[in-house]
Write a protein that binds this ligand. Structure first.
Ligand SMILES: *C/C=C(C)/C=C/C=C(C)/C=C/C1=C(C)CCCC1(C)C
Length: 232
């Protein structure tokens, strides 16, 4: 029989991996089970909310284990999780704006930008760590283009045209991307060498990422859920 490793009371990384895993599982059950009570128009959106938290739950299971075993950051699992879930969050924007005329081109543009953001981030964090600031900067530029696109670009125009509950939900998702996603570069700066070390170097990268994931993945899903409730 395998035994469960003990967790130190000040192991905040281990604790947030553990609670992150449970929260993502609970959120997935919530989204999946509520799905069929909505109009078919919203079902795909709620399904995607559930897939985002479910994919995260599985990765958190592995990351929690990896941390318990090695006490080092599970960078690989972290980025595999993100490369699957962040594009799905881009799909959410497309899904809620689809009725207002959103095109697949918009969806792919956001997916491409998020992929660039994450691949360059991974290079800085895991592959070329001594050039982390350059890769982080490139990643940050891709991030800002996403922010621009949803706040002021074509996505914003479609949301304005849709009006009502869709516009309100779009606006809230935009705030998640602007404020909630901004948590991640802080984690990156806490965990990589660079000019920012003196400012963020004392913080725990994984705690920051774990808090960011809980806020953004579950929060995003709840915004979509609320939209489905409001337009029932
Ligand atoms: C569920 C996971 C989410 C929403 C992950 C989002 C991740 C980011 C917005 C990461 C952004 C980064 C930068 C903007 C610069 C530094 C490198 C990253 C990848 C941490």
């Amino acid at each position: 029989m395998t035994s469960v490793p003990a967790m130190a009371t000040d192991d905040y990384v281990g604790f947030t991996f553990f609670i992150g895993c449970m929260s993502m599982m609970a959120a997935s059950a919530f989204f999946f089970l509520s799905m069929n009570s909505f109009d078919s128009k919203w079902r795909t959106s709620i399904l995607v909310s559930g897939l985002i938290t479910f994919i995260a739950a599985v990765h958190y299971w592995y990351m929690r284990d990896y941390w318990a075993e090695n006490a080092t950051s599970p960078t690989f699992f972290r980025y595999v999780d993100w490369i699957l879930t962040v594009p799905l969050m881009c799909v959410e924007f497309y899904l809620i704006l689809k009725a207002a005329g959103a095109t697949k081109a918009l969806m792919w543009k956001l997916i491409l930008l998020s992929t660039v953001m994450l691949v360059t981030g991974y290079f800085g964090e895991a592959v070329y760590r001594d050039q982390a600031q350059i890769w982080g900067l490139v990643s940050g530029i891709a991030y800002f283009i996403i922010v621009y696109e949803i706040w002021m670009g074509s996505a914003a125009k479609l949301a304005a045209a849709a009006g009502g509950a869709v516009q309100a939900a779009h606006k809230t998702l935009c705030k998640f991307v602007l404020i909630g996603w901004a948590i991640y570069p802080i984690g990156f700066m806490a965990g990589t060498p660079g000019w920012y070390e003196g400012i963020f170097g004392g913080l725990q990268m994984d705690v920051i990422y774990n808090v960011g994931d809980a806020i953004n993945k579950i929060g995003f899903g709840l915004v979509v859920y609320q939209l489905a409730v409001d337009s029932k």
